[in-house]
Design a protein around this ligand. Structure first.
Ligand SMILES: NC(=O)C1=CN([C@@H]2O[C@H](COP(=O)(O)OP(=O)(O)OC[C@H]3O[C@@H](n4cnc5c(N)ncnc54)[C@H](OP(=O)(O)O)[C@@H]3O)[C@@H](O)[C@H]2O)[C@@H](O)CC1
Ligand SMILES: Nc1ncnc2c1ncn2[C@@H]1O[C@H](COP(=O)(O)OP(=O)(O)O)[C@@H](O)[C@H]1O
Length: 463
């Protein structure tokens, strides 16, 4: 992936980025103007002449609200401001002074703009303010949050009060923040819009990963040059077959299943190697291995995992492999490893690798460093963390993925990308993206098998 991708900043990183702009000659006022006018452009399109109520707070987020209100007023939109606080910062006071429109105490209308608190939130709203926000949200047809919904602590993506409203649109100012893309807060955001305010390349905690750019096989490609992937099966080989079917559609030229007890019905193109695992693993042409789907948790399964990880070949571990995995099994390895845990498997990995408590991103990075593996933390907000400190967050995938077997499909896709020669980080990001896109293409209520069928069109969309 070579395209520039969107950085995601912590609140401290956002402040540092704003300070860099101020050091280069901008002022908070000019930045607020840029942010407010950019947000007003979006709200103007949303309100389409309908009445707008802007709730303002004491800080610069409130200041943005006044800039938005004045900008909409000048264009002829019916606007009212509800000032929950007097402005405290210089820029917010200036914005308040320039606003020439109406004020109200309470209002009903079409569009509610929440400009109460943004990244400066230091505590929960408390009953009175939270009630006020809920009440206003309920009395307007559309709700728009400026920068962040009020009451959301951004770095941990945490709503600090119960039952805060869900918004139709959240307009992020300057750069994305963690809460825009991480659960549980991301659920409240609605459509996300970003207003640039001139922030350049900056220190960031994570990136939002973009659509991968895949290529057609070279003219002289053959099955081995495109990558030989072996899925190491176990006690329940059906899951391995599902992963293999996904892998066969995700780039690798040759996919084998190492299993001495394969299911009776198999796709004709899937090659089964029933020989002793050590013998099968001796193939020097193997470009990647994957183990976990259907492995089981017996002593034999543990031995198969140890034998697999004992080969210094890029390897993906999923499902039962993550439960059986012990740090000693990775000793001496030089080739990359990818772990694809769901929340329960992730907790076990934190225990196995003695990962210190901490914020979610911090903890994933600690696990990546301790294990040397790229971690794909699956869920509604899949996060990929690498041992070198890189973190990428997936754009949200359809919740129809919450059905048995879709994790096996993801494991097959990522392992296939790994077999093609991608780095572990690229394989993980490309795989998660293809999986999410396949889910979009599959529509509603699909099975894991139907998701596999949709990989082809997801792949084609990346060529
Ligand atoms: N800086 C820039 O260059 C630009 C910044 N921009 C904008 O600024 C926003 C950040 O502004 P900000 O730092 O002033 O914080 P903001 O969210 O308005 O609130 C802080 C105030 O609220 C108060 N407070 C906090 N929590 C509270 C609670 N629960 N209940 C009650 N009070 C509470 C807190 O007071 P204190 O904690 O001291 O009591 C303080 O007075 C950012 O999101 C973006 O919209 C853009 O204009 C672009 C340029
Ligand atoms: N609510 C959801 N929204 C988006 N993606 C989801 C959701 N629930 C699960 N997924 C995705 O579906 C897959 C489920 O994987 P996993 O839990 O390992 O299932 P299984 O073990 O049954 O194959 C993961 O890729 C996960 O990110």
């Amino acid at each position: 992936m070579h395209r520039p991708v969107d950085p995601i900043l912590t609140v401290a990183q956002m402040r540092a980025a704003e300070q860099t702009l101020i050091d280069s000659g901008e002022t908070v006022w000019t930045l607020m103007q840029r942010a407010g006018h950019g947000a007003a452009d979006i709200i103007w399109r949303i309100c389409a002449g309908r009445s707008v109520t802007v709730l303002t707070g004491p800080g610069n987020n409130g200041g943005d609200g006044y800039v938005i209100a004045e900008s909409l007023r000048r264009r002829g939109a019916p606007v009212k401001v509800i000032a929950a606080f007097d402005p405290k910062t210089e820029a917010a006071q200036q914005a308040r002074a320039e606003y020439q429109g109406e004020f109200a105490e309470g209002a009903e209308g079409e569009v509610f703009v929440d400009s109460l608190f943004g990244s400066g939130l230091t505590r929960g709203l408390g009953t009175e303010l939270a009630d006020r926000v809920r009440h206003l949200a309920a009395r307007h047809r559309l709700c728009v949050a400026i920068d962040l919904p009020s009451g959301v602590e951004s770095d941990h993506a945490a709503p600090l009060d119960p039952d805060l409203p869900h918004y139709d649109c959240t307009i992020s100012l300057g750069a994305w923040k963690c809460a825009h893309w991480m659960m549980p807060a991301m659920e409240m955001m609605g459509r996300r819009e970003l207003v640039p305010i001139g922030i350049g390349e900056t220190e960031h905690v994570a990136r939002l990963f973009p659509k991968p750019e895949l290529t057609v096989p070279s003219r002289n490609a053959h099955k081995y040059s495109r990558g030989l992937l072996a899925l190491v099966g176990g006690e329940m080989p059906g899951a391995g077959v599902l992963a293999a079917q996904a892998a066969m559609r995700s780039g690798a030229g040759y996919v084998k299943l190492f299993s001495d007890t394969p299911p009776s019905s198999l796709p004709a193109e899937l090659v089964i190697d029933r020989s002793d695992l050590d013998e099968a693993l001796d193939d020097h042409r193997l470009s990647a291995l994957a183990i976990g789907p259907g492995l089981g948790r017996s002593g034999r399964s543990r031995n198969r995992l140890a034998a697999t990880l004992g080969r210094d070949v890029p390897t993906l571990c999923d499902a039962d492999a993550l439960v059986l995995l012990r740090p000693a099994m990775l000793e001496g390895r030089k080739s990359p490893v990818i772990f694809t845990p769901h929340a329960g498997e992730l907790d076990r990995l934190f225990t196995s690798f003695d990962t210190p408590e901490g914020g979610r991103l911090e903890r994933l990075l600690s696990l990546a460093r301790a294990s040397g593996a790229v971690i794909v933390a699956k869920g509604p907000d899949t996060i990929v963390a690498a041992p070198d400190g890189r973190v990428a967050i997936s754009p949200p995938a359809p919740s129809w993925l919450s059905v048995a077997g879709t994790g096996d499909v993801l494991a097959g896709i990522i392992a296939s990308r790994l077999a093609t020669g991608c780095s572990a980080m690229d394989a993980a990001c490309q795989g998660v993206w293809l999986h999410g896109e396949a889910a979009c293409q599959a529509g509603a209520v699909f099975t894991a098998g139907e998701l596999v069928s949709a990989i082809r069109s997801a792949y084609a969309a990346c060529l």
